[in-house]
Design a protein around this ligand. Structure first.
Ligand code: SAM
Length: 215
């Protein structure tokens, strides 16, 4: 508990965390080029947890801007520490509910959306909460630029199959499926990042699947 409170207190002061209660939380809404001081392409990670993808790709791809989004402050804290240590200017963590992303981005603004290991929510009554149900997919479609990519990384076969079915109801195209991205490192660039959750799933013998599709 003490650790959590220390993290929350860091988050309140950190330049690498945008959250409710800071004036920047409202200032950045639909205004990212002003925040990043450039018009570079925007990539967002939904339910980013500790932010491993957001941090790694912001180190490697300086001509893009990255935003890691999660509701849990004690998790994005870790990513923010990493951005601070490396003096990163092309990435930030946003603490908000994914339900709110329409408030933060303009239609046709985002170049790429990554959803990594979303909670599978297997119960039927939770279909509405799955981050890849048709309502969420339509929301992502509206926010992506033409040619923008949606990526899902998951260990969960049921969620993977559910997402494929939901995508068929949407306007996304060019669906590409990878059944085991760690079979070798060259399968996809996302093979190069293994998150805390992912490590656990790999140790349990699960295959990590990836789905890519485009607007
Ligand atoms: C299983 S964890 C995966 C974290 C990370 N992507 C990874 O691969 O390690 C799912 C994450 O999604 C976040 N999350 C779930 N629903 C959310 C929502 N509606 N808005 C924001 N974050 C959400 C949780 O807080 C959690 O950190």
């Amino acid at each position: 508990m003490k650790k959590k409170l220390l993290r929350y207190s860091y988050n309140e002061k950190s330049e690498f965390i945008i959250q409710e209660g800071k004036s920047i939380y409202n200032d950045v809404k639909k205004n990212w080029s002003k925040f990043f001081k450039n018009k570079n392409p925007l990539f967002i990670e939904l339910g980013c947890g500790y932010g491993e993808h957001t941090t790694k790709f912001s180190f490697l791809e300086k001509d893009k801007n990255f935003i890691g989004i999660d509701i849990k402050g004690a998790r994005i804290y870790k990513g923010a520490i990493s951005l601070e240590k490396n003096m990163i200017t092309n990435a930030i963590f946003l603490r908000t509910d994914i339900q709110n992303i329409d408030d933060f981005f303009n239609p046709n603004e985002i170049s790429g959306i990554l959803i990594s290991f979303p909670d599978p929510r297997p119960k039927k009554r939770d279909i509405k909460k799955r981050l890849t149900n048709i309502n969420f997919l339509n929301k992502y479609y509206g926010l992506l630029k033409t040619g923008g990519e949606l990526l899902l990384k998951t260990d969960d076969e049921q969620l993977f199959d559910f997402t494929i079915d939901e995508l068929k109801k949407s306007s996304f195209k060019d669906i590409k499926l990878y059944n085991d991205i760690h079979i070798n490192e060259s399968v996809h660039k996302l093979s190069s990042v293994i998150t805390k959750y992912e490590k656990r799933f790999i140790n349990e013998g699960k295959k990590i699947k990836l789905l890519s599709c485009f607007k």
